[in-house]
Design a protein around this ligand. Sequence first.
Ligand code: ADP
Ligand code: MG
Length: 268
Amino acid sequence: MDIQTITHKNIQTDLGTVEISISNFSLAFHATKILKDISVHFYKNKVNTLIGPSGSGKSTLLRCMNRINNTTEGITTKGAILFNSKDIFKDNNDLSYLRKDIGMVFQRPCVFPKSILENVVFGIQHLKKLSKTDKLKIAEKHLKAVSLWNEVSDRLNEPASSLSIGQQQRLCIARAIAIEPKVILMDEPTSSLDPISSKTIENLIQSLKKQYTIILVTHNISQAQRISDQVTFICEGNIIETGSAEKLFNHPEKIQTKTYLSDNFCNC
Ligand code: ADP
Ligand code: MG
């Protein structure tokens, strides 16, 4: 299928339904081209992973999908990012609506200087009025979903900063899913964690995909191999190869992909 002809969602492919479609998308900071005419699909209820060397544009692309770099000085974009049948750049400026559907988890856990409970409900309480009982119910549901409930149920009013870094990252994921998004963007969510906490987050990503579409950035090729359904290899702002994880890791088509996977080095 010619990717440039695609203008709406509900397209069925071998990887299922397309959730976000990036079409001939380019981004520059002032005169520097960072993303160069990128076209790629991300699939519903899958772990869609972006891999590539440092500085290749993975985070920049991820951040475009909920327009978090909207106010960054000097950015210009061309092309489209289609979500819910609309170009997210054309759909006026109601970013709160976009970010309700597309949540984000960062490299370092970013907890607010508030209690564990208040961190979980931080986003959702801006969307609707919540009683104390509502807040407790929401916190319990989402802390259970990230396997944190048993560790914190007796200390919900303690500061979130009292948790370990691995627990804080699970709390950030609970906060992201509490607003019930459709898509969760994750930018190297395990890179600041110890191996056991990383494994917990990897397992969590696998369970979250039943309900959410995950778009994950990682420079950890083994991690990408363990948990991805679809993989896109980006180098110097170009997509070198994209496809099912099975195909990309076992039968890569491009010589650059083979070199990157075997030597963790990019000669693009
Ligand atoms: P990756 O996540 O793959 O390591 P990034 O998307 O962070 O790469 O960066 C891609 C390129 O864009 C890099 O050359 C980086 O220096 C540049 N870049 C990222 N953010 C900014 C910014 N706010 N202003 C100018 N250049 C930026
Ligand atoms: Mg990055």
